[in-house]
Ligand binder design. Structure first.
Ligand code: HEM
Length: 550
């Protein structure tokens, strides 16, 4: 199916009806946009210098002036707040929307770990993503989340899956990424590296999640394979995120009328559903014909299916009783993992290559480390999940690890995360949080905080992560919540680092990457305001092959 036909750009409304509805809702759209977006309208006293709050409009004017630089604006406000936490009241005295935003590690630790049960996924976010993610891990709360998390951690941390994902990664690098980049280098044509990386990581997570791959295909940008699924998924994520920015009433009305972006969302989700249903059916047939040999089917979907069968007599089995409910749960779980792995690592890698280009003094040690640790006669890092030596080599790449970690400090793939308080609470700094209020933290603001990282917090300096012997030293998760923290911390952290290091090593080892126009720390690229931190206009680069044994 041609997804372009069903996927108009976000916020682009072709329907005349929708234009009228939008007109009627104009005022509330403006008010509620700022409800959601800005986090400071009536904030801590010390911030009042930067916030001109109006009792009716809140800080709508400030938002309209700063909305295009939302992350940097909220970073400025959190930096100015004495304890890096601010109270937020929407217009009309906070009617319907109020909460706190923080860049304070103690508060982050409190919300994500010490008072974890009190901070749940809010109804607004859950409603926005429900059509795409259903009852999946991302949206679940309470007992349902606990049961799923247990199952997912068990399935996800298995050695079998680790080996399999290592094999898939190696195969995709050798067969798809490297040939594509070599051809680009040979032709001297500029390519959008962000787009290449997004397609690569999507392909990769789909193969790991579903265990289906077109063995014969070597085309990285092959639109006939995962192409329609890729576009549909992308579109469904964009529209679901767009729902958060709109009045709930508006998108619900559009959904009911099946118009505009809601219509295209429905069609995009149908593409996702059809794709997953076909794979589930295929897997079921395969299992039927050759039994439950998980060694032959080590992908995520098969791991979850087996774990579900083992759990049959357990609580989770009791929640999803019918075969249809089980199928739906498996679909939601795997789609959630695809979402989690889709743009996060590609976002980090894109910014990583930009930083190396803007900081040539850091590119040299990365290249030397990779060159030194990988086999001298091999152009590609021979990563194989079955070969523990490769893990040891990757572990030994301390500078590369530090450079990737430093990249995500300044450009965290998930810049802001949001929770809602179930009950009244008092934060460690004394701020009162009322039941039903949101509690957000900005990993983006934390990475740019001089209180946390010193006066050179805006500089790209991988060395800050290394000890005197050049070994990587991690910090507390609450100070660097890029992968979240506490019981709900990211399950894919280890897999992500493996993927990012292998891809980075393969590219740096084989090519020099020239960013167009030349990268400079004084003029960083703009980013999109989306679920993940993408570069707004992509990353145009020209590649030059290095001599292999140089
Ligand atoms: C650089 C890469 C990544 C970053 C920075 C990252 C970051 C995060 C963050 C911040 C959260 C918390 C979101 C929230 O609850 O509001 C999260 C959750 C999660 N991540 Fe990742 N992630 C990355 C890659 C991955 C990958 C590759 C996977 C798996 C394929 C994955 C699986 C998950 C899952 C399953 C959760 C939900 C955990 C739960 O709610 O219990 N992540 N991640």
């Amino acid at each position: 199916m041609d997804i372009d036909a069903v996927a108009p750009p976000l916020f682009h409304f072709q329907s005349y009806t929708v234009v009228i509805v939008l007109g009627l809702f104009l005022v509330s759209v403006l008010l509620l946009l700022q409800h959601h977006h800005h986090r400071h309208s009536h904030q801590a006293k010390a911030n009042s210098a930067t916030c001109s709050c109006n009792p009716i409009l809140g800080n709508l004017v400030a938002f309209l002036r700063n909305g295009h630089r939302f992350l940097d604006w909220t970073t400025d406000l959190l930096t100015a707040a004495p304890a890096s936490t601010m109270e937020v009241h929407g217009p009309l005295g906070g009617l319907g929307y109020r909460g706190i935003a923080t860049a304070n590690p103690d508060v982050v630790d409190h919300i994500l770990r010490s008072n974890f049960p009190n901070y749940v996924k809010g109804a607004r976010i859950r409603a926005a993503y429900a059509d795409l993610l259903g009852d999946g891990l991302f949206l679940a709360n309470g007992r349902l989340w606990t049961l799923q998390r247990k199952l997912a951690s068990y399935s996800f941390s298995s050695r079998l899956l680790r080996r399999f994902s290592g094999r898939v990664l190696r195969d995709h690098i050798h067969r798809r990424l490297m040939p594509f980049l070599s051809a680009a280098a040979d032709s001297s044509e500029a390519v959008d590296l962000q787009d290449v990386l997004r397609r690569f990581t999507f392909d990769n997570i789909c193969s790991v999640a579903f265990g289906v791959d077109d063995e014969g295909s070597s085309a990285l940008l092959d639109d006939h394979r995962h192409g329609p699924f890729f576009s549909a998924f992308d579109h469904a994520v964009d529209v679901s995120f767009g729902r958060i920015l709109r009045p709930t009433l508006l998108w619900r009305a559009m959904k009911l009328l099946n118009v505009g972006s809601e219509r295209s969302l429905r069609r995009a989700i149908a593409v996702v559903d059809d794709y997953v249903a076909a794979i589930l059916e295929l897997k079921q047939r395969r299992r039927g014909s050759r039994g439950k040999n998980i060694e032959e089917d080590p992908d995520l979907l098969s791991r979850f299916t087996s774990a579900m069968e083992e759990e049959e007599a357990s609580e989770l089995g009791a929640v999803f009783v019918s075969p249809e409910a089980k199928r739906r749960f498996l679909r939601d779980t795997v789609v959630t993992f695809v979402l989690a792995g889709k743009d996060t690592t590609s976002s980090a890698l894109t910014w990583f290559f930009w930083f190396l280009a803007a900081n040539p003094r850091c590119e040299r040690p990365v290249y030397e480390e990779v060159h030194h640790l990988l086999d001298r006669d091999a152009c590609d890092p021979d990563v194989d999940g079955e070969n523990d030596q490769v893990y040891e080599k990757l572990k030994g790449m301390h500078y590369l690890h530090a450079a990737i970690t430093e990249t995500m400090r300044l450009y965290p793939p998930v810049p802001i995360a949001s929770r809602v308080a179930a009950d009244d609470d008092v934060l460690p700094d004394g701020t009162v949080v009322r039941a039903g209020s949101f509690a957000d933290y900005s990993a983006y603001a934390m990475g740019r905080s001089s209180r946390l990282w010193g006066d050179d917090c805006r500089a790209f300096r991988p060395e800050r992560w290394l000890d005197g012997h050049g070994r990587f030293v991690a910090t507390e998760a609450a100070r660097y919540p890029v992968f979240h923290a506490g019981p709900r911390a990211c399950l894919g952290k280890e897999m992500s680092y493996l993927q990012m290091k292998v891809v980075a090593a393969a590219v740096v080892r084989n090519f020099t990457v020239e960013v167009l126009p030349a990268a400079s720390m004084d003029t960083p690229p703009e980013h999109e305001m989306a679920v993940t931190l993408k570069m707004k206009d992509g990353l145009r680069v020209r590649l030059k092959s290095r001599a292999c044994a140089a």
